[in-house]
Ligand binder design. Structure first.
Ligand SMILES: Nc1ncnc2c1ncn2[C@@H]1O[C@H](COP(=O)(O)OP(=O)(O)OP(=O)(O)O)[C@@H](O)[C@H]1O
Ligand SMILES: [Mg+2]
Length: 333
């Protein structure tokens, strides 16, 4: 796991991923500048093989640019990397094993889904027998002969994924496949991605919303303004966050007394509006946090302070995402 910009004590245990299998994607110092503006900034990323990896960051963070560099569509300004063990400098060596869909697939509206795929298969020198298989695989078998223009957004995205599956890829790279989908469409997409992983593919899927990928992602790569802010498992991400004990005193003026009680124990505490917050170190186990809460309760009682609230708060994944990537878009800077 790599964590940048946060408490060094936050180092979590190694992710439960198979370290013996070579990484599907590895980059070192991968950088892209446009006209002197650095949009991807020295990314050191490792996506293990055989996982669904969520590539998340706000709009403009540099996800699509990074993906384009991985696919040999954009030349890095500096840095190196490998995809499926082959160097980024020689995309021809690995692209045969990679299927990709970037920012909404382009298809011919008047042609059926099937005919669109047939065109792509022929152009790519791929067996046309794959077309029926991949249509079925994404659940479009029954609608394959309808014109592309009659497809819903979810069907269009799934046809894009079918196209990416044509070469029987080992690595599937999908740029925002859930963008614009309704909750049912997002859920379907998650199931599809999980099934690809279960078949042994590595899936790198980008999204600007953690919530869209967190349930399916075994692994996360988070970027903000072109820089890596986190990579590791979802459990690692949660472990980077600081839990806290929140107490409310019956009499607001007792909050300061309680903060002093905590300070006497050498625990940092802040009092505001009748509430006292005691932040704990990232990764503090529940048992220790509860023991501290109990100790605070005892000491408060000893000091004649009556509590009306005593809670252990753990940040949600969304809190973690925002604390690492910031609340807004990365476009403006
Ligand atoms: N060809 C280009 N020329 C100049 N600037 C570019 C170019 N391509 C991308 N950028 C800039 O790079 C930054 C990152 O863009 P990118 O599309 O990689 O972000 P993203 O994370 O995919 O965002 P989104 O979630 O909106 O798709 C943006 O500020 C964008 O304007
Ligand atoms: Mg993008």
């Amino acid at each position: 796991m790599t964590l940048v910009d946060t408490d060094p004590r936050a180092t979590a245990p190694a992710p439960a991923l198979d370290r013996d299998v070579p990484a599907a994607v590895r980059t070192t110092g991968l950088t892209k500048s446009y006209g002197g503006r650095t949009v991807v900034d020295a990314l050191d990323v490792e996506v293990p093989a055989g996982v669904v990896s969520g590539f998340v960051g706000p709009n403009g963070a540099g996800k699509t640019t990074t993906i384009r560099m991985l696919l040999g569509l954009v030349r890095p300004t500096s840095g190196t990397g490998t995809v499926l063990g082959e160097p980024l400098s020689h995309p021809g060596r690995y692209l045969g094993g990679v299927g990709a869909m970037i920012e909404g697939p382009a298809f011919t509206p008047a042609l059926s889904g099937r005919d669109n795929l047939l065109v792509l298969a022929r152009a790519g020198g791929l067996p046309t027998a794959r077309v029926a298989k991949v249509l079925d695989r994404v659940g479009l078998g029954a609608r394959g002969d309808d014109a592309f223009r009659s497809y819903s957004l979810g069907m269009k995205q799934r046809l894009g994924i079918a196209a990416a599956l044509l070469p029987e890829p080992r690595l599937l790279v999908l740029d925002e496949p859930t963008n614009g989908l309704d909750p049912a469409g997002i859920a379907q997409m998650r199931e599809l991605l999980a099934s690809f992983r279960d078949e042994g593919m590595t899936v790198l899927v980008s999204s600007h919303l953690l919530a869209e990928v967190e349930q399916v992602a075994d692994h996360l790569v988070m970027i903000r303004q072109g820089r890596l802010v986190f990579q590791g498992t979802v459990a690692d991400l949660v472990a980077t966050q600081h839990p806290r004990i929140v107490l409310r005193t019956e009499r607001p003026e007792d909050a300061d007394v309680l903060a002093d009680v905590a300070a006497a124990l050498d625990w940092a505490a802040s009092a505001a509006a009748g509430e006292v917050t005691v932040p704990l170190a990232a990764g503090t186990p529940d048992a220790e946090a509860f023991a501290r809460a109990a100790e605070l309760n005892r000491r408060a009682h000893g000091a004649g302070v009556v509590l009306t609230r005593l809670e252990l708060e753990r940040p949600t994944l969304e809190d973690a995402f925002f604390s690492l990537t910031g609340p807004g878009s990365g476009d403006v800077r």
